[in-house]
Design a protein around this ligand. Sequence first.
Ligand code: ATP
Ligand code: MG
Length: 277
Amino acid sequence: MELVHSGKVRDVYADGDDLILVASDRVSVYDVVLPTPIPGKGAILTQLSLWWFDRLGDVVPNHVISEDVPAEWAGRAIRCRRLEMFPVEFIARGYLAGLGLKEYEKQGTVSGVPLPPGLVEASRLPEPVFTPTTKATTGHDEFITFDDVVREIGAETAERLRDLTLEVYRRGADLARERGVIIADTKLEFGRAPDGTIVLADEVLTPDSSRFWPADSWEPGRAQHSLDKQFVRDWSSSVTGWDRTPPGPEIPDDVVAATRARYAEVYERITGSPWRL
Ligand code: ATP
Ligand code: MG
């Protein structure tokens, strides 16, 4: 099979008209792939995405064809439809964290959307906000406004994708909340099928693409216990001398184990099934 793309986490192969999306155990922070893998991470991302795709089928069609992939990738790869991807990261935020928090602290807005005063880190927003970013091929993604998305893909498609992004977020957040997990925010990717249909692609509502917080310890005004990649970001920020450019630092064994445990925990909490690896 021909390797058509090697991203930070996934390798993408072409098999006839289909793509095979293989999730590796690589982890990236601040867009730098770290030299140490997190064993089992690729399988967790793939299985959790499949679980969500299944449950979101009545909101939006998705790119999954099957799990029929070469044996060496079994469990961590899917066969999917090849789409023309929209050049935007479709992000929904229900709580204040990360770049959203930064912008709010500076100017009271997130992605240009005005928010009420008095919010703090991890505050719940009055309602979820659509905060798209660029999908940079090099360098970091940056916030863009809804109008920028309109200019990029047209008003009708932009509105549809904004609505779908918020709906997927709401559905996911409601379901996870029943299972004790807050989904603070999430990033989605959509593409267009040859017949023009809008399709949900890539990965969905995973600890690489979302912020997950245990609901029972949620407390605005401080950093939250995170069941996602934030744990690795926080550790990497504590590494003296690393300026967030390649090469990234080796991850020590205890941080690898703790990261892996968090990814498995969020899989188990959300799906209600034991993680098998
Ligand atoms: P980059 O590709 O810029 O490195 P990334 O590190 O997030 O970004 P990965 O997630 O590792 O990339 O790789 C997955 C790639 O496959 C992404 O570029 C994503 O947009 C693309 N992709 C996902 N699903 C599909 C699909 N159905 N059709 C075409 N491309 C897809
Ligand atoms: Mg990606």
